[in-house]
Design a protein. Structure first.
Length: 248
């Protein structure tokens, strides 16, 4: 089996615990207004690679990753679920820590799909889940996709006991909103296996890619978020979590 791979990164430091070998999968159904990897959107393009070829690259620097592992990101890795399963099962055989960076957008409740998902989760050590927006209508405006299945995915993997790192990007005029941040915290409080919460400031580092691809940048004119504002936003999320837990 071959997967469509956008690129490989040999020194990921923000993609899970330790130093990571990062595999960027090609293809994504989301159209996040702040996406900084629009070159990963188109499916069935990029470099076709086998699991053996990916692990061969990993193994050239294996000692480097002894406190880290492999992270699959994108794009959306779960668009290529069968290939992802094969890769993670091989990683489990070779005792390599696996991290899945996903939006959860591909989740649905078809029994055959859930069977495959359970097989993937059996070889997954950590999921970094990007929750783009807690409000259903605002989520559609931000990503061109609904968020109901994303939130169900979070609950599903949490019920399976998989460790979760929640990521949320704070964008001025869009997600920099105390009501939405508080509601996000209330939702996170329903999950039992959250090990970390990353509230990230919006940045404009992807603008050049849009120009190179001849695409208009959707958030033209919206400034990057100051890091201290991201800290403040995280405090609002944590308050939502705390209040929800205190009222259980």
């Amino acid at each position: 089996m071959k997967g469509y791979i956008h690129s490989l990164e040999s020194c990921g430091t923000v993609d899970g615990p330790g130093i990571r070998f990062v595999v960027f999968f090609q293809g994504c159904p989301m159209r996040c207004l702040y996406c900084h990897n629009p070159d990963t959107w188109k499916p069935n393009t990029g470099t076709q690679m086998t699991v053996d070829e990916i692990l061969k690259e990993f193994n050239t620097k294996k000692e480097f990753y002894k406190n880290g592992g492999i992270t699959c990101t994108g794009g959306e890795p779960m668009l290529q679920l069968d290939f992802l399963i094969e890769l993670f099962e091989r990683c489990r055989e070779e005792n390599i820590h696996t991290c899945l960076d996903t939006s959860g957008i591909t989740f649905h409740e078809n029994p055959e799909y859930l069977k495959k998902l359970d097989r993937l989760l059996a070889s997954t050590n950590l999921i970094m889940l990007d929750i783009k927006h807690i409000d259903p209508e605002e989520h559609k405006k931000l990503t061109a996709q609904p968020n109901d299945m994303i939130l169900k995915f979070a609950k599903y993997v949490d019920d399976k006991g998989i460790d979760l790192w929640i990521r949320h990007v704070v964008v001025p005029t869009i997600t920099q909103n105390d009501e939405y941040l508080y509601r996000l915290g209330q939702f996170i409080a329903t999950l039992k296996h959250v090990k970390a919460l990353d509230v990230l400031p919006y940045h404009t580092m992807g603008v050049a890619k849009y120009k190179n691809l001849g695409i208009d940048y959707p958030l033209e004119g919206i400034p990057p978020l100051d890091k201290k504002d991201a800290v403040t936003a995280r405090e609002v999320v944590l308050k939502g979590m705390k209040d929800a837990l205190n009222h259980k």
